[in-house]
Design a protein around this ligand. Structure first.
Ligand code: ATP
Ligand code: MG
Length: 604
């Protein structure tokens, strides 16, 4: 019935990742995937092959914070590519770092991915081919395998336990101009290394007392190949494995193994991992030679991360905003987290359209926040139910109401379509009475140029109601507007034959004092003042006026508002019922958040 603009766009714009995937599907690159040696060592993860004709991608967040708009780009990219090519995308929690990871984040990430419409699929299980399973994985489930892979490398003479101090290791690694120098521990035999690695595992060495390093090339121009660390000692309780381990794999070691065990075909990441790619290939080539993983192994491809003006996309900085109480939690509607954007009224369709338009390239850059708002307006305009709301109310009194309508308390029933282009969405009903709330800015004592709303002597239409002629206004001692007066022009009600008899240039929104619902409306400005925040101290970059609270009145249909549907408040933009305060903000007033205004205000 209602198509989002995304559906109407002809063909998906192509990008280099689509070319890579199409090439591999064409060539059947992964159709011949097989184990090089005996898969016995690989344990249950390698008892067979997943459907070789499928593209298998993954979105691998570390559960150390809530997902943000940058992650949305990765989520959209991986899940939509998998969908497009009939493949599978795994939601994998990359939980190899015990210190910063928490169950709260695992839950929040899962919820955000599901909210985006992904991550719930059931398909063939790479660990148990022929069986169907959900595609949610935890890197920590592979700790046993990773440990065996490390012992395999030690046995093959490809890894050693280094007991230099961190400082000694840093110095002996050399730099861009100087090759590294071998550690005194580099020449240990595989037997010595194996015994020492087991000592590490068994808690016989203190935290930081040794690391397992790959033995690759100390002269490599790529520092990442100068014997990178594979395992470290860290006594910390892991959210999944508890106190089972006191050694943990390094991310760079763990990640390729996770991809290989899940039989990922294309491992898509952001550009900062480009220099890690040679190690990714080195490791999986060596493990494939040992029969621990299949070959051809997954390949890594990098694209430029999404940066958006006026927001920060870094979990570390977002955590700081929460911890220092600059915002009210990870889901504060000003936060660029998916939880915050959702609470603010952003929809998955809007976010996906924005991600698609921001392009998938190798060249970084900044995307304008206005593009996100534009995507929201474009996707919501065709579907959002309409409503009237008065955000900065002042009373308008229709002085001849009683005379014309048979009493000051008389009420006149009015109605308006829920959506102007969708009669099937029905109509809203509300009353017009002697007193109505109008926007303070809709009245002026003297007509400014180009202003066609209320000023003495001017006629305007109360939208969906009658035409009134302004007769004056009352101000208090300080000059503040307290009340506007007008007279109703008879026989001008919208939808009646007389409605067109009088032409007016102004059409104003209103709600009747008799049936309006008092509501709290929260308006948001950018959270950061600089165009490209994140360069300096967060405190200095924060906009102190990012939240404005209005004691508003909204039309009675909104008393039954539902949390998930954003509304268009006529003239004011797109709003959603706040999911936390909802209809019960203590005082019984519903709370609405503004997602975006009717037009771009970010350029100002
Ligand atoms: P942060 O710096 O915010 O902690 P991260 O990259 O460390 O982000 P991960 O949990 O490791 O966070 O990210 C999961 C996936 O999301 C990775 O594949 C990463 O490349 C991707 N990702 C993170 N930020 C962005 C971004 N701004 N644009 C595109 N993809 C991103
Ligand atoms: Mg990371």
């Amino acid at each position: 019935m209602m198509n989002s603009p995304a559906d109407k766009e002809p063909a998906k714009p192509s990008n280099f990742l689509r070319h890579v995937i199409e090439h591999d599907l064409d060539q059947g690159t992964y159709a011949t995937r097989k184990w090089g040696g005996s898969p016995g060592d690989a344990g249950h993860h390698a008892q067979g092959m997943a459907d070789p004709a499928r593209v298998r991608l993954r979105f691998p967040p570390e559960p150390n914070g809530y997902l943000h708009l940058g992650h949305a780009k990765s989520i959209w990219l991986n899940f939509s590519l998998a969908e497009q090519y009939g493949g599978v995308c795994h939601l994998r929690f990359d939980d190899t770092n015990p210190e910063k990871e928490e169950q709260e984040y695992v839950d929040a990430i899962r919820e955000a991915v599901h909210w985006m419409g992904y991550g719930t699929s059931i398909a063939d299980d790479p660990a148990h081919p022929g069986q169907q399973a959900s595609h949610q994985f935890f890197a920590s489930d592979y700790f046993d395998f990773m440990y065996r892979a490390a012992e395999y490398l030690i046995g093959a003479g490809l890894a050693y336990v280094d007991e230099q101090s961190a400082e000694e290791m840093r110095i002996s690694r050399g730099d861009f101009n100087t090759p590294g120098t071998p550690s005194p521990f580099r020449a240990r035999t595989p037997e010595e290394n194996l015994a020492r690695f087991r000592d590490m595992r068994d808690g016989k060495l203190p935290d930081g007392g040794a690391v397992l390093r790959a033995k690759i090339d100390l002269a490599s121009p790529n520092i990442n190949l100068r014997d990178p660390a594979l395992y470290r000692i860290r006594r910390a309780t892991h959210h999944n494995t508890g106190d089972k381990w006191c050694i943990y794999p390094m991310y760079t070691f763990a990640h390729p193994i996770e991809d290989a065990l899940e039989q990922i075909t294309h491992s898509i990441c952001t550009l900062e991992f480009e220099d890690q790619r040679p190690f990714y290939d080195w490791l999986l080539d060596r493990l494939a030679e040992g029969g621990l993983v299949a070959s051809p192994h997954p390949r890594q491809y990098e694209f430029a991360r999404l940066n958006v003006n006026h927001i920060v996309t870094s979990k570390r900085k977002l955590r700081q905003l929460v911890e220092d109480k600059h915002v009210d939690g990870w889901d504060d509607p000003r936060m660029p987290t998916l939880a915050g954007l959702r609470r603010r009224g952003y929809t998955p369709d809007a976010i996906k359209l924005f991600c698609e338009r921001s392009g998938v390239t190798k060249a970084g850059g900044w995307t304008d926040y206005a593009a996100l708002e534009a995507a929201l307006r474009e996707t919501l305009d065709p579907i959002a139910p309409r409503a009237m709301a008065v955000l900065d109310p002042v009373k308008l009194v229709i002085t001849n109401w009683g005379e014309l309508m048979g009493g000051d308390d008389a009420l006149d029933a009015c109605s308006a379509p829920v959506h102007p282009h969708h009669p099937d969405m029905g109509s809203r009903r509300f009353k017009l009475g002697r007193e109505v709330w109008i926007e303070r800015t809709d009245y002026e004592d003297v007509q400014p140029k180009g202003f066609f709303r209320l000023f003495p002597g001017n006629k305007v239409r109360l939208k969906y109601g009658h035409v009134v002629e302004c007769t004056g206004a009352t101000r208090d001692a300080s000059g503040a507007l307290v009340e506007v007066q007008a007279r109703l022009v008879p026989d001008t009600k919208s939808g009646t034959p007389g409605a067109d008899a009088i032409k007016v240039k102004g059409n104003i929104t209103w709600v009747a004092a008799a049936d309006a619902v008092a509501a709290e409306v929260r308006l948001y400005e950018r959270l950061f003042t600089p165009d490209q925040p994140g360069a300096g101290e967060l405190e200095d970059e924060i906009n102190p006026d990012s939240l404005q609270i209005c004691q508003a009145y909204v039309e009675p249909s909104l008393a039954q508002a539902n949390g998930d549907v954003p509304f268009q408040f006529e003239r004011h933009g797109y709003f959603v019922l706040d999911a936390k305060a909802g209809n019960g903000n203590g005082n019984g007033r519903p709370v609405f958040n503004r997602a975006a205004g009717m037009r771009d205000s970010w350029g100002k």
